[in-house]
Design a protein around this ligand. Structure first.
Ligand SMILES: [Zn+2]
Length: 55
């Protein structure tokens, strides 16, 4: 399992928990979630397509 660092939007505290231990605010991922997963899927899709065409 991948541990992702999360950030409290209220007090800017970084934690691995879903809730800030300081103020109990729900933490959020500090990076925009779009970029890397989409890139990964793009690569995977391209590879998948290539394999399908070959076979
Ligand atoms: Zn907090």
């Amino acid at each position: 399992m991948k541990k992702e660092i999360l950030k409290c939007p209220k007090c800017d505290n970084y934690t691995l928990k879903n809730q800030c231990p300081k103020c109990d605010t729900k933490t959020l991922s500090p990076k925009p979630m779009k970029y890397s997963p989409e890139d990964k899927y793009g690569k995977w899709r391209r590879t998948y397509k290539k394999n399908v065409i070959r076979n």
